[in-house]
Design a protein around this ligand. Structure first.
Ligand code: ZN
Length: 143
């Protein structure tokens, strides 16, 4: 039976990744994860609420679709977790000036044994961009 991709499922993916690949990273504040609106280009984001000291990870509603491989969802969550580790949108000290400085996410993922996830994503995103291009072309000419 297929697992329904809801908030609970998302939380189970976050738990899985955290306990298996980020176990050395102490969760020093409450971290929440949820599906956001359907976004075709921005798959994930992480923000910190300074008042509540909570961290919120939002994943594109597009990823509720089971046609998107689970690895791609996992990669997006792991990417946001790297920001948390580096002190962006988390109370941890900042390890870099900018969240996407010179390949730091890729390095962090590889260091944690998630290089395979990164590779899968690179392969998928290429095909996805092609599909998206087709979609826009079809829209343009179908009027
Ligand atoms: Zn990022």
């Amino acid at each position: 039976m297929a697992v329904k991709r809801d908030g609970q499922w998302l939380l189970s993916r976050l738990d899985f990744l955290w306990s298996n690949y980020f176990a050395d990273v102490e969760q020093i504040n409450p971290v929440f994860i949820e599906f956001g609106r359907f976004a075709r280009l921005r798959f994930g984001s992480i923000r910190f609420d300074p008042r509540s000291k909570h961290t919120y990870i939002t994943i594109s509603g597009m990823f509720k679709d089971e046609k998107i491989p689970q690895e791609i969802v996992d990669h997006t969550i792991a990417h946001e977790l790297c920001h948390y580790v580096h002190g962006f949108s988390s109370p941890r000290p900042r390890s870099h000036h900018f969240p996407h400085e010179g390949g730091i996410i890729k390095k962090e993922l590889s260091k944690r044994g998630l290089g395979g996830l990164y590779q899968s994503y690179q392969k998928w995103i290429k095909e996805y961009r092609q599909e998206l291009k087709q979609l826009y072309l079809q829209k343009r000419y179908s009027r």
